[in-house]
Design a protein around this ligand. Structure first.
Ligand SMILES: Cc1cc2nc3c(=O)[nH]c(=O)nc-3n(C[C@H](O)[C@H](O)[C@H](O)COP(=O)(O)OP(=O)(O)OC[C@H]3O[C@@H](n4cnc5c(N)ncnc54)[C@H](O)[C@@H]3O)c2cc1C
Length: 415
């Protein structure tokens, strides 16, 4: 058997596997590796971090429902597949010469083709105190940490005391989270008898705009919505240091916080820095050629957030988005098949203009997809339809629909 080993079962890794299954010669096998047995749907993490628990179910069950509302079981995605194996293991190193992948607590695996799809991690940019004091939002556990930390402040503080939640970063995650948070805080204020006027949400942004990369129409609509939700947005305020419960800004200002959430940056998986034989570029992403082959190899590819490749039309690095990872996964699968069947490698295509769907609290989202421009409830419907569409692309109908419905039920409790 010749192994095609995919490291990481995120958006990119799953896309490669899905596009290879059923198309390989008999002597090939796909091995998908992930340290978790689930695939995380990051677009719903802001909802997990701001969800209220229901009253009907015992708390433990409700927590389990919440935890599993943004994850998909990998074995359910690939059930009953021939020539496919899933290994739950943590990758520790790769030897390109011997064509071997090494794991923590498991024997190594040989590969004929290898795909790096290890994703990214939070980038704290070396800002003193940030990693120690800030809560990141990158997986389900971190989302629940944030949720619980906020609830604990309400439990701890007297009803007349001020509560301040600060979010570092006015990008997509920061704005989505801040807006939904307002609804969660209203619920908590009511539950714990706090005056909602004394509960404040502030977004600190280093540049002079929120949502970089979005059109002016989107930026304006988002800013208006966030102002309506009484979120303070501070522009042009890079953070210099975090001390105990204070953010120090480069302008010299100091801001007190009860909970500080950091959403302002990612860098590629730090495992890549330990692997010798790959070239790392900006944010430690691994360099590929325009066929998504990792330089200088012919049988090693990359997809998603851990990859540094250029959009051929724009000549700028491809964005770190789920959409880019899925599209790159299709190209990589095609190029592995082309190599096996002795066809010419396919070059990476330019991504279509960004398809932006930005949920901003409650049943409200801004949609900017080509000529389709929406905001409000209909935008939220488009967002829900897009989530369901993704679930249906990887799961069969019943589990996809159930997962989607569970999310809608849990996430709309605050609205
Ligand atoms: C809060 C949040 C919201 C987002 N919202 C959106 C959105 O709305 N739309 C959008 O397009 N993008 C969104 N993104 C970005 C998007 O999630 C990423 O671009 C996308 O996940 C990249 O896919 P990937 O396959 O490269 O990595 P991932 O999906 O992160 O997958 C990487 C996989 O590698 C595994 N892994 C890591 N290290 C190891 C190891 N050592 N051994 C074994 N396995 C390992 C991980 O467990 C993971 O399953 C969001 C991101 C975040 C954090």
């Amino acid at each position: 058997m010749r192994n095609i080993v995919i490291l990481g079962a995120g958006f990119g890794g799953i896309s490669v596997a899905k596009n290879l299954i059923g198309k390989l010669p008999d002597d090939f096998r796909i091995i998908l590796v992930d340290k978790n047995s689930h695939h995380t749907f990051h677009a719903s993490l802001y909802e997990v971090a701001t969800a209220s628990l229901g009253k009907r179910l015992p708390q433990r069950i409700d927590f389990e429902n919440l935890y599993t509302s943004a994850i998909l079981d990998i074995r359910e995605i690939f059930k009953k597949r021939g020539q496919f194996e899933f290994i739950k293991a943590q990758v520790s190193n790769v030897n390109f010469k011997e064509r071997k992948v090494f794991f923590k607590n498991r024997e190594s695996v040989n590969f004929a083709y290898l795909i790096f799809a290890l994703g990214s991690e939070t980038n704290f940019f070396g800002i003193p105190g940030l990693e120690e004091k800030a809560l990141p939002l990158k997986d389900t556990n971190e989302a629940l940490n944030i949720r619980n930390a906020i609830q604990e402040v309400f439990e701890r503080k007297q009803p007349n005391q001020r509560i301040t939640i600060i979010i570092g970063g006015g990008g997509f995650t920061g704005c989505e989270f801040a807006s939904e948070l307002v609804f969660y805080l209203k619920k908590l204020s009511k539950e714990f008898g706090h005056l909602k006027e004394r509960v404040k949400v502030t977004v600190i942004e280093a540049s002079d705009t929120i949502l970089p990369g979005a059109s002016d129409w989107v930026k304006k609509a988002a800013k208006r919505r966030m102002e309506e939700l009484e979120i303070d947005i501070l522009f042009g305020k890079p953070i210099s240091k975090i001390e105990d419960s204070t953010v120090l800004l480069k302008t010299g200002e100091k801001l007190y916080f009860d909970v500080f959430i950091w959403t302002a940056g990612v860098k590629a998986n730090s495992l890549l820095e330990k692997i010798s034989g790959v070239t790392l570029e900006k944010e430690c992403r691994v360099l590929s050629d325009d066929c998504l082959r990792i330089v200088p190899y012919n049988n090693i590819f990359g997809v998603g957030d851990n990859l540094y490749c250029f959009d051929p039309a724009l000549q700028t690095p491809m964005p770190a988005t789920a959409f880019a990872a899925i599209e790159q996964g299709k190209i990589v699968a095609r190029n592995i098949l082309n190599d096996i069947y002795k066809k010419k490698a396919m070059k990476c295509k330019s991504l279509p203009s960004p398809r932006l769907i930005i949920p901003l609290g409650g049943k409200f989202a801004i949609v900017d997809i080509g000529p389709l421009k929406l905001k409000g409830f209909f935008g939220w419907l488009v967002k829900e339809f897009t989530n369901l569409k993704y679930y249906l692309s990887v799961l069969s109908f019943i589990p996809a629909f159930k997962l989607w419905l569970r999310g809608v039920r849990i996430y709309t409790r605050n609205d």
